[in-house]
Design a protein. Structure first.
Length: 275
């Protein structure tokens, strides 16, 4: 390998190492690939194109209520017959967009803060009932629920403010989570490099220890051979010592014999001198 290819090979190895460290972490895979797909699917389901929902109209109970309910009912309008307190409560709560009071004159209670398109569609559907009733144009009276509409408008504004605050908090949390994920990924990469360096150092030390153990084994074998040679030498010296002790014992016995003969010779010389 030339010197020019060494940096490129090192870059390739580092890139492969980073990819391996990245794919070893299930959480990193999820937040990088899985979470955007799940979020896109969830948003697509939540904000998909849907046909217009039917509006709900309450017909106040009384003479002609059933006829008015049947005349108003269609695919875009759902009607229910309710008593006056229930109809007012449902209009205040936003469950119905219009309350029809049959009679002469007919009364329509509604909230002007509602979307104009629904209100216009609703009025066009109400026109069916107006054409069917007695075949002539009768007087109408519309009561605006101004106070209730203002309360609903304030509630909607508060809800929109809470939704905006929640959106900001969600965006901040996502940004924080993304930053933490990036920091965690960088930390994991650094830990991977450190772990690789530690493993390389451990492997080098293990190789050094193996070499030293091999050298110690060789020294131990030499020492064992030397010990065996010393043992053999000690055994030989012991044999020599035993032989020398046997010879010394024989010499001591001869010396005793020589002294005994010398004593006998002296006694014989004494007897001879006396004679």
């Amino acid at each position: 390998m030339t010197d020019r290819n060494k940096p490129r090979a090192a870059l390739i190895e580092l890139t492969i190492t980073r990819f391996r460290l990245f794919f070893r972490e299930p959480s990193a895979l999820f937040w990088t690939f899985g979470f955007p797909v799940v979020l896109a699917v969830a948003l697509g389901i939540a904000f998909r194109n849907r046909p217009p929902e039917p509006v709900h109209v309450a017909v106040q109970a009384g003479p002609g209520a059933d006829h008015a309910s049947v005349a108003l009912a269609s695919d875009l309008v759902k009607t229910t017959v309710e008593d006056e307190p229930t109809a007012r409560r449902e209009l205040r709560a936003g469950k119905v967009v219009l309350v029809v009071v049959p009679g002469e004159p007919r009364t329509y209670r509604y909230d002007e803060t509602r979307p104009e398109a629904r209100l216009a569609r609703l009025k066009s559907e109400v026109a069916k009932y107006e054409g069917l009733a007695k075949g002539h144009e009768s007087a109408r009276r519309e009561e605006e629920v101004a106070a209730e509409g203002a309360q609903l408008a304030r509630d909607r504004a508060a809800l929109d403010a809470e939704r905006a605050a929640f959106g900001k908090e969600t965006a901040a949390a996502q940004a924080k989570l993304k930053a933490e994920s990036q920091a965690l990924a960088d930390l994991r990469a650094k830990l991977g490099v450190i772990r690789h360096e530690i493993e390389a150092g451990v492997k080098a030390r293990e190789a050094d220890v193996h070499r030293k153990e091999a050298a110690l084994d060789a020294e131990r074998a030499k020492l064992q051979e030397s010990a065996e040679a010393l043992a053999r030498a000690e055994a030989h010296l012991s044999e020599q010592r035993a032989k020398m002790e046997a010879q010394m014992a024989a010499l001591a016995a001869k010396e005793v014999m020589f002294e005994e003969r010398h004593r006998q010779l002296q006694e014989s010389m004494k007897h001879f001198v006396k004679a």
